[in-house]
Ligand binder design. Structure first.
Ligand code: SF4
Length: 255
């Protein structure tokens, strides 16, 4: 479930406008989830804007960025204050949340209220990510594919190295980390999934999730078409069984 947190005319929240605070473009809030921060009861704050263009993206409305209004984060803070002691953590998601320079301040605010802080990111801004490390308790790191595949899948060039740099930063930091790859059979065959999993395991990734892409509302209409000759779910399940010994945890889930 998500709720719209943008300004409502006449709401008491207007009182906070002009009293300082940060500007983040909040696109939505999931008030409570057990799925987005493993082992924790958390809320998820979605921030508008993403520089990538994955063909399977099923949130195309999230992609254009915008400058947020101060009341948007203030309203989230109000919500967080009401959930102290009831939720363990706050996850910042998107879009690509690290594209927003004021994210670190939002994380600091969440920490000050006693919440753990999680982040969903594809790691395309390593310098910004580095500045966020001290606030982070957990990261869900979106591994789109390896090297050239990463750039083909995301529709952007020159980004793979930055993504790899971010993964190195996170592994060095010791922050709890789950790498996840969304698998659409237009982007992968079963061998490519296996190769990527081996690469990540060799690199030191311990927690990995394969997420089967949805076919509805994809950014690229071709991704909405059924793949008639793609691997079956059973084939992927067998691969997961084979790969499991290489990770502390490896899960298959629907995206
Ligand atoms: S699926 Fe790709 S394009 Fe869509 S929000 Fe995530 S990273 Fe951005």
């Amino acid at each position: 479930m998500s709720i719209d947190v943008r300004r409502e005319p006449g709401s008491r929240h207007q009182d906070t406008i002009g009293q300082g605070g940060i500007r983040l473009p909040v696109a939505g809030l999931t008030p409570m989830t057990t799925l987005d921060y493993p082992g924790h009861l958390a809320c998820v704050v979605f921030l508008q804007g993403c520089p990538l263009r994955c063909g399977y993206c099923h949130n195309p409305q999230m992609l254009p960025s915008r400058r947020g209004e101060r009341e948007e984060w203030a309203k989230i803070l109000e919500f967080l204050e009401s959930r102290r002691g009831l939720l363990d953590g706050v996850v910042f998601s998107g879009g690509e949340p690290t594209m927003h320079a004021e994210l670190g301040t939002a994380m600091r605010d969440a920490k000050a209220l006693g919440f753990k802080v999680g982040l969903h990111t594809a790691g395309v801004y390593p310098k910004r990510l580095e500045k966020l490390l001290s606030w982070l308790d957990w990261v869900g790191f979106d591994v789109k594919g390896h090297a050239d595949n990463f750039e083909r899948i995301t529709g952007r060039s020159g980004i793979w190295k930055r993504h790899a740099q971010s993964l190195a930063l996170l592994l060095d930091s010791g922050i709890d980390l789950e790498c996840r790859t969304t698998v659409h059979w237009r982007d992968f065959d079963i061998k490519a999934v296996e190769r990527l999993a081996h690469n990540l395991s060799d690199y030191g990734v311990e927690h990995y999730a394969l997420q089967l892409a949805r076919h509805d509302q994809c950014l690229n209409a071709d991704y909405q078409q059924p793949i008639t000759n793609g691997p079956t779910r059973q084939m992927l399940e067998r691969l997961v069984t084979r790969l499991k010994p290489q990770f502390s945890s490896l899960v298959l889930r629907d995206a």
